[in-house]
Write a protein that binds this ligand. Structure first.
Ligand code: DC
Length: 226
């Protein structure tokens, strides 16, 4: 099944816009969407709620394997329900992002999330966004994209998003958060953030979202995936 269902992975660092691009592409193609970062965020929240210390990898991994999480909404309505409680707002918080980045360094936790991520690969196709979608989770993906941009540009984008959502944020705080998350994501021993050898790398620093989306859609078509 995995070899024949068309799929495209979009990896890259925090705030690069891969979530926006992945959502747009999935909508455009009518494919499923996997926001793998949300899975790590939910896992962190599940640990906190269950009183499991986030620095105890085996316990967090055990919890991840048994947690009851549902991604109920469609592409435009990311409703996430954990153990019967809606946690969508908490999942999007910067605090959940930092928590996710902390538990994501543990191989046991990454392993525990693999099956749940791979289960998203179903007809008619999948767009998967994250850090290791092309390198680890879907190594046979027929199209792998790696987006990058300077930390400053990513902090600008993230700030704009937060302000538009009515949240308070300063450039200095957001930039510091992005830098510390980068260091952890790129520096971890297992599945560090890095382009897969066969990924198409796109530097988006001077590109707007629409150009990035068009470029990826062009690659999907060039490869005969849609
Ligand atoms: O994409 P995001 O900001 O929602 O991800 C939150 C954290 O989860 C990120 O700092 C690293 C981790 N993550 C990961 O290690 N691997 C993934 N495939 C997705 C996210």
């Amino acid at each position: 099944m995995r070899a024949v269902v068309p799929h495209c992975t979009i990896d890259g660092p925090s705030g690069v816009g891969k979530g926006t691009a992945a959502k747009w592409l999935a909508r455009e193609l009518g494919w499923h969407l996997l926001d793998s970062g949300a899975m790590y965020r939910v896992a962190g929240i599940a640990a906190i709620d269950a009183g499991v210390p986030v620095e105890a990898p085996a316990e967090v991994a055990g919890l991840v394997r048994t947690m009851d999480v549902r991604f109920d909404g469609g592409i435009d309505d990311d409703r996430i329900v954990l153990e019967g409680r809606e946690i969508s707002g908490r999942v999007r918080d910067e605090a959940a992002g930092m928590l996710a980045s902390r538990i994501a360094v543990f191989p046991e936790v990454r392993e525990a999330l693999l099956d749940a991520q791979r289960a998203f690969l179903r007809p008619p196709g999948l767009v998967a966004d994250g850090r290791d979608m092309g390198s680890v989770v879907f190594p046979e993906a027929p199209l792998k994209v790696f987006l990058d941009a300077s930390a400053e540009e990513r902090a600008h984008r993230r700030c704009r998003q937060l302000w538009e959502a009515g949240k308070q944020a300063t450039m200095a705080d957001v930039l510091a958060d992005i830098r510390s998350r980068d260091a952890r994501d790129r520096g971890r021993a297992v599945a560090p953030l890095a382009p897969a050898p066969d990924a198409v790398e796109i530097d988006t620093t001077d590109l707007d979202v629409a150009s990035v989306c068009r470029r990826i859609l062009g690659l999907v078509r060039e490869r005969g995936l849609a």
